[in-house]
Design a protein around this ligand. Structure first.
Ligand code: ATP
Ligand code: MG
Length: 258
């Protein structure tokens, strides 16, 4: 099965979200083109997951709006799937059933295809309990991919994994994204991960987009390469210094030869 997937385009306009007296998102604007991979970084509590929930249609905005392919999002975003830090598998269902959950027609074939995408085709009949943490996250990724979403929303999906497994998963996500061309939004605390994967790194500060950094380096990216390392350092500096304006020529960071 070879999916024909085209990514959803996103336009976030003047988005605000208030919980009680706390305003979390302040008139936030963001555009993501079809098939783009955007990483979102920012300090804990700055509103990253809130933004993701709004994009998934799990919660309504207080004011402002979200357009998916030009249409206002009013309820659950059916073109999107979400993957979280914990795999959230049903331990009493086999791996294949976990992946195919909620599907009707040909669910076994579809679930088996998704498991192949993440390299776990041979574990289909096992119980989640016998899998490692990294393997469970791959099952969660398969579950997110099985319905061939046009928008994949990732909320720190690799945050609990060891460094090596994490890099393997980054490569897997990058390869699948390049092949299937869905739109991806990844929330991460790991700037290296953001730079390794994304076309743009967006920093949220005070409920707004405080930096939107385009990365044009070719893939696969290696964090040890000079240009990659320079961008990582630049973004770290900016994340750690709220409100700072960049003194560097951002374009030169991308084009510097290595
Ligand atoms: N349902 C809710 N009810 C009340 N307050 C909420 C709710 N959801 C989020 N908040 C508040 O909104 C703020 C932003 O939360 P959010 O989960 O979006 O942060 P985050 O940037 O994802 O943080 P982290 O990096 O720690 O995951 C926090 O102060 C949080 O307490
Ligand atoms: Mg969060």
């Amino acid at each position: 099965m070879r999916p024909e997937i085209r990514g959803a385009s996103l336009q976030v306009r003047g988005l605000s979200k208030t919980f009680g007296k706390q305003q979390v998102l302040h008139n936030l604007d963001l555009e993501i083109a079809s098939g783009e991979f955007v990483a979102v970084v920012g300090r804990s509590g700055c509103g990253k997951s809130t933004l993701l929930r709004l994009l998934a249609g799990l919660e309504p905005p207080t004011t402002g709006g979200i357009l998916i392919n030009g249409e206002t999002l009013r309820q659950i975003n059916h073109s999107a799937r979400v993957m979280f830090q914990d795999a959230r598998l049903l331990m009493w269902r086999r791996v294949l059933e976990n992946v195919g959950l909620g599907l009707r027609h040909n669910w076994q074939i579809k679930a088996q295809w998704a498991l192949e995408q993440v390299g776990l085709a041979d574990r289909a009949q096992e119980w989640p309990a016998v899998l490692s943490g990294g393997q469970r996250q791959r099952v969660a990724l398969a579950r997110a991919l099985v319905s061939q979403p046009r928008l994949l929303l990732l909320d720190e999906p690799l945050g609990a994994l060891d460094a090596l497994t994490r890099i393997e998963m980054q490569r897997l996500i990058s390869n699948i994204w390049q092949e299937q061309k869905f739109t991806a939004l990844l929330i991460t605390h790991d700037v290296e991960e953001a730079v390794a994967l994304a076309d743009r790194v967006v920093l949220i500060e005070s409920g707004k987009v405080a930096m939107d950094f385009e990365i044009t380096l070719s893939r696969p990216r290696h964090r040890g390469d000079a240009a990659c390392a320079a961008i990582i350092e630049h973004i770290y500096e900016r994340v750690l210094n709220p409100g700072a304006t960049s003194k560097r020529n951002l374009l030169s960071l991308n084009t510097r030869s290595f």
